[in-house]
Design a protein around this ligand. Structure first.
Ligand code: S3P
Length: 171
């Protein structure tokens, strides 16, 4: 099986879906943010604060290139991975790109108690999230092979939907 790249805005459930996909379908999970944190030896918030966003984006691109050389991985991508066109091109060569989407209300509920998303620090409002999602919409949708709405769905249902859609694409 080729890789499955889960993309989407922060709080769309990429990590939970990746963990379940891996367990249910015998794939290996790659958590991009976690790997970057491990390599840099500091939290995402500290990377942004100490080195800036561009440094983080470079680390993200470097890691993505490495992942794309492998297969059978379900990759939980950082929410901003589509900001670089080059990243979307790498993912397309390396597997299938699945966009998880959700309403701003759902996202706010999922991220409200998390302090490790520097781009949302002090910005946890429906208005901010909606505007930022809207700015990124074209990039998310343009990169995606498959788009899955996640509002009010369980992780199990989302995973089944992803597998169904992938099978349909192969037919
Ligand atoms: C980001 C999303 C985060 C993390 C970083 C930047 C973004 O990942 O990579 O804070 O630009 O959307 P999650 O989507 O896993 O929260």
């Amino acid at each position: 099986m080729k890789n499955i790249f889960l993309i989407g805005y922060m709080g769309t459930g990429k990590s939970s879906v990746a963990a379940h996909m891996a367990k249910a379908y015998g794939m290996e999970v790659v958590e991009m943010d976690e790997m970057i944190v491990c390599r840099e030896g500091m939290s995402i918030s500290d990377i942004f604060a100490k080195h800036g966003e561009e440094y983080f984006r470079d680390a993200e691109t470097k890691l993505l290139k490495e992942i794309c050389l492998q297969d059978n991985k379900v990759v939980s991508c950082g929410g901003g991975v589509v900001l670089r066109k080059q990243n979307a091109e790498e993912m397309r060569k390396g597997g299938m790109i699945v966009l998880l989407s959700a309403k701003a209300e759902t996202i706010l509920e999922r991220v409200k108690d998390d302090d490790n998303r520097p781009l949302l620090a002090g910005n946890k409002t429906i208005a901010f999230i909606s505007e930022m999602m809207e700015k990124r919409r074209e990039k998310y949708e343009g990169a995606a092979d498959i788009i899955i709405q996640t509002d009010n769905k369980s992780v199990v249902d989302i995973c089944e939907e992803i597998i169904e859609r992938i099978k349909m694409m192969g037919e």
